[in-house]
Design a protein around this ligand. Structure first.
Ligand code: SIN
Length: 281
């Protein structure tokens, strides 16, 4: 079988049609999905009625799964599923609200960041709450040659604590265990895709704190410039969610950003799994 792939943008992204991932699929189909992910970086699949068990099983086909440090937002009995939601039950939030409302690549703040994520929409607002995806291959390739040369040897500090304080200023800071699990970490600004060899820009808002070895002002200016460039409209796909959408993306060569919605009026419930990756190089 070969997948029915409809490209979304000239630079990246494809919709996979006529594939039901709730049903068991032969290894050949999973292999094709992995090949398509390497080629397109973001895959959209509509109308996927996945149970939590199937979501986890399917995600494991891409590699071992990571468990998020914010344990209060994990499902039972599947701690591999991290819930993103504005819904509260019995006075307790069932998921992390306003998570990822900044441009980032999932779990870039650990030594071996996630290779990819599978986000399944359970309930979505009728308006707002789109997710934007940007191709970091396209962003890198479009940089002027002198900028490429300048940034190729540079590394930057990724900091979960910095992101958390900026994203959730009204919450209690991370506790000691969470902080111990998420020390600041240094990654190259240009990384190489371990499967395709293609280079990409590896930056992000809020999580990327500073460029190693540059004076603070220069680091701020360069990060702002690279972050602005990375989300140029021709590198960005806007996903308008429908319930039961599954989006699979490659964190090694994309960034994404969730967008706001009327959270007093609408419910949003999303389940995300993140697949383990390698140390960026
Ligand atoms: C994320 O950053 O993984 C969440 C994206 C979203 O909620 O749309």
């Amino acid at each position: 079988m070969s997948l029915d792939l409809v490209p979304l943008m000239p630079a990246f992204g494809a919709e996979v049609r006529d594939l039901d991932l709730a049903a068991d699929q032969p290894e050949s189909v999973i292999d094709e999905l992995k090949r398509a992910l390497n080629q397109y970086s973001v895959l959209i699949l509509r109308d996927q009625r996945l149970s939590e068990a199937r979501h986890v099983e399917l995600s494991r086909a891409f590699g071992p799964l990571m468990v998020h440090v914010l344990k209060q937002f994990l499902t039972t009995p599947y701690p591999e599923i991290y819930v993103l939601s504005n819904v509260a039950e019995d006075g307790k939030p069932i998921g992390n609200h306003k998570e990822g409302w900044n441009w980032h690549s999932d779990l870039s703040y650990v030594a071996e960041p996630s290779m990819g994520s599978l986000l399944h929409a359970l309930e979505v607002p009728p308006e707002g709450a789109d997710t934007l995806f940007a191709s970091m291959h396209a962003a890198y390739e479009a940089l002027p040659e002198e900028t490429k040369e300048r940034i190729r040897p540079l590394s930057a500090v990724h900091s979960y604590a910095t992101y958390y304080a900026k994203a959730f200023p009204d919450r209690e800071p991370l506790d000691e265990t969470q902080r111990a699990k998420t020390p600041d970490i240094v990654h190259p600004i240009v990384r190489t895709h371990p499967e395709t060899g293609r280079p990409s820009l590896y930056v992000g808002q809020d999580i990327v704190k500073e460029i190693v070895g540059l004076p603070f002002d220069e680091s701020e200016r360069l990060l702002a410039e690279l972050n602005r460039h990375a989300i140029r409209s021709d590198f960005v796909y806007r996903h308008k969610w429908q319930a039961n959408d599954l989006v699979i993306w490659d964190n090694r060569c994309t960034m994404h950003c969730a967008t706001p919605y009327d959270d007093n009026r609408y419910r949003r419930v999303m389940h995300r799994t993140t697949v383990s990756g390698d140390r960026p190089f």
